[in-house]
Design a binder for this molecule. Sequence first.
Ligand SMILES: CC(C)(COP(=O)(O)OP(=O)(O)OC[C@H]1O[C@@H](n2cnc3c(N)ncnc32)[C@H](O)[C@@H]1OP(=O)(O)O)[C@@H](O)C(=O)NCCC(=O)NCCS
Ligand SMILES: CC(=O)OP(=O)(O)O
Length: 331
Amino acid sequence: MSVMDNIIQKAKANKKKIVLPEGTEPRTLKAAEIVLKEGIADLVLLGKEEEIREKAKGLDISKAEIVDPEKSPNLERYAKEYYELRKNKGMTEEEAERLMRDPMYYGCMMVKLGDVDGMVSGAIHATADVFRPAFQIIKTAPNVKVVSSAFIMEVPECKYGSDGVFIFADCAINPNPTAEELAAIAIASAHTAKVLAGIEPKVAMLSFSTKGSASHELVDKVKRATEIAKELAPDLLIDGELQVDAAIVKEVGELKAPGSPVAGQANVLIFPDLQAGNIGYKLVQRLAKANAIGPISQGLAKPVNDLSRGCSVEDIVNVIAITSVQAQGIV
Ligand SMILES: CC(C)(COP(=O)(O)OP(=O)(O)OC[C@H]1O[C@@H](n2cnc3c(N)ncnc32)[C@H](O)[C@@H]1OP(=O)(O)O)[C@@H](O)C(=O)NCCC(=O)NCCS
Ligand SMILES: CC(=O)OP(=O)(O)O
């Protein structure tokens, strides 16, 4: 069974309610029809009802709940809640009500207050627009300092990683993580590998240097992050700094990093910053025709997931299923 088949089966076994703030977006509506038909999740679509119905002509979304934030009886309550959350940051009651009319903010408040179990958005919004309200309203899970994201990458006909399955992180959220943040991203991604992708994590901390082959402050950050992660998670199979060929190709790993417990066999690839991570995942997705599942958020108190604006209908279905499984508390 593929990684995604397994996740969809788990989602169906304990159905959750997911809000889709981009309720008038055509790929989202097609995905909604599939999700409802297959019983993957219950859905709430946000937007103006007439517009949603017009855009959904020919699709069966009859089981979806439709909510227009502007007309919702909950608007005032949600705005008050948001004001209370943000008043020490200078939020006014007027601004809180204005923001709560935005489906992204409204959706996050639905998640926060337990009116739905999770949120998926980002087919027509940039990542920052999805996560800023999530960070402000839902916040991090207990003991988590940094929210990050991971992709499950399924590379066809690939002998590297776990038969072509990898976790790539962080490819969507943290532009330039500190060594401490990079260590936290590595540990969170190992967890995602285990519980969501079903693979035993072997974590490579990527760089343009392998075990001191280059000297630079950028390399020092990756070395420090590796040390911190080893201290925080002594049982984790993790090594760095490693170039990506040394991380995944056995012969190169043996040559460049002899004796490493990870080199040549890594299946969790931690990129040193967001330039590398975002470029890296899109290259593998497009050139190697990999299935890029995500970005999957790691470390929020309740699940909110982003999409790439280049996503397909299938990608949206997948991320809804992942969000449901996260909401079950398995992740
Ligand atoms: C994610 C992102 C929007 C954070 O937003 P930002 O504008 O920097 O937000 P701020 O620094 O004003 O922080 C807003 C709040 O989020 C919190 N926050 C920001 N990044 C966070 C993180 N990674 N984890 C947890 N909380 C975070 C801040 O602490 C702050 O909380 P507060 O307002 O309650 O004090 C920003 O890092 C970003 O734009 N990342 C790149 C996204 C992107 O373009 N990805 C590429 C395509 S996928
Ligand atoms: C994850 C990501 O890169 O999203 P987008 O393509 O929308 O910027």
